[in-house]
Design a protein around this ligand. Structure first.
Ligand SMILES: NC(=O)c1ccc[n+]([C@@H]2O[C@H](COP(=O)([O-])OP(=O)(O)OC[C@H]3O[C@@H](n4cnc5c(N)ncnc54)[C@H](OP(=O)(O)O)[C@@H]3O)[C@@H](O)[C@H]2O)c1
Length: 347
């Protein structure tokens, strides 16, 4: 089977996914009978590429590494928008890997809607669209008989949605709790060793964990987007980042953390989604945890999520020190599930 892809966004995740396709090419052919071609790549400022025969991914990666601009690829180089690219290319799957916009989820929501309407399956690692517009996008996908997958949006490649969909069929998710933001978790871990917030943030930036502007993480916005994704998909919450009751870690001092330690506790930024009589309430706030918490040993850049279910009790999934490879793997695993679905639904 030849599967044709179009990529919107070719940054860290897009490039790692391209390297993964090259690395797993033989395995995909021999084990899955899959010949994956990337027909098009669109970026915001570094040009776009299209080829009906499929792009030479090794060369695309080389051009990106050498020039930082896809226009140096030569033949197939264009200056078109992502929507024009969708119009002009005959891909089976569109992979959306653009930057998160925490205020609206755009323009990724438009990219995804347009691709679904153009009869393309969609995979994204961008949490914005699922945090802001999951219900709308999922019902559009269903009405077009297309699949929308997003395993990389919350815990990189660690399976949460695939686990819930495949292995927990029939279970109702009653509550979700998680340590979902690696930067704030790293900062809190450093502060509990006596470092100031500023020093801890600088250390996170030095190690490439925190962005130059870490406020999205420290103010709890990233965790708010992730708990919205989880609550929307697993609890039908209709949440959005701006509906999450939110407080971050910037008001905490090392004294708060050492005082907690004296009482045998740790302070962590915990995201929650809980069913109440008035619907699902989502929140992000620092909490004092004791050593019986499943999150006690979730330090540094690790993260964890607990699903509280009616039939399977509490299931905690731990992800230790993720790298970009895991997020690229989420895209590949979503792709394989779409192929499985396509094969089952072939006319
Ligand atoms: N990195 C991770 O480990 C990780 C983990 C989980 C989830 N994610 C999510 O995955 C997505 C991609 O992450 P990343 O690290 O690859 O980001 P990145 O390195 O910043 O790359 C983003 C890419 O998207 C392109 N882009 C941005 N806005 C665009 C637009 N309006 N139209 C077309 N292209 C656009 C950028 O083009 P220009 O370079 O021209 O601006 C760039 O190619 C993000 O939503 C991120 O939150 C990342």
């Amino acid at each position: 089977m030849i599967l044709r892809l179009a990529l919107i966004g070719f940054g860290n995740v897009g490039q790692e996914f391209a390297r993964m396709l090259l690395r797993k090419r033989e395995w995909l052919l021999s084990s899955k009978g899959l010949d994956i071609e990337v027909l098009a790549i669109a970026t915001r400022s570094k040009g776009s590429l299209m080829s009906e025969r499929g792009l030479d991914l090794a060369r695309v990666l080389e051009v990106e590494k050498t020039h930082g601009d896809l226009r140096h690829y030569g033949e197939g180089s264009l200056d078109i928008t992502p929507l024009e690219m969708i119009d002009r290319c005959d891909a089976d799957v569109m992979v959306e890997l653009t930057t998160l916009d925490i205020g609206s989820g755009q323009p990724a929501i438009d990219h995804i809607s347009y691709a679904l309407r153009s009869k393309m399956h969609v995979i994204t690692a961008n949490k914005g669209p699922i945090a802001f517009a999951y219900d709308r996008l999922e019902s559009l996908a269903k009405s077009m008989n297309m699949k929308l997958r997003f395993e990389g949006t919350v815990m990189d490649g660690t399976p949460i949605f695939n686990l819930a969909e495949k292995a927990l069929q029939g279970c109702e998710v009653i509550r979700i709790e998680g340590i979902l933001n690696s930067t704030s978790n790293f900062v809190l871990t450093e502060m509990s060793g006596g470092r100031s917030l500023d020093d801890a943030v600088k250390e996170a930036q030095r190690r490439g964990i925190a962005e130059a502007d870490p406020s999205l993480d420290l103010d709890g916005w990233d965790a708010a987007a992730k708990i919205s994704v989880l609550a929307n998909v697993l609890m039908g919450a209709g949440s959005a980042p701006d509906k999450v009751v939110r407080s971050g870690v910037t008001n905490l001092s090392p004294d708060d953390l050492t005082a907690a330690a004296r009482e045998g506790k740790k302070v962590k930024l915990v995201a929650r989604a809980e069913r109440t009589e008035s619907g699902v309430v989502t929140s992000v706030s620092p909490e004092r945890l004791n050593c019986t918490s499943p999150f006690w040993s979730v330090d540094g850049t690790s993260s964890a999520v607990t699903l509280v279910t009616d039939l399977m009790g509490n299931i905690t999934i731990l992800e230790i020190d993720p790298e970009v490879t895991q997020t690229a793997y989420a895209v590949l695993s979503d792709l394989l599930l779409i192929v499985e679905w396509m094969r089952c639904n072939e006319p």
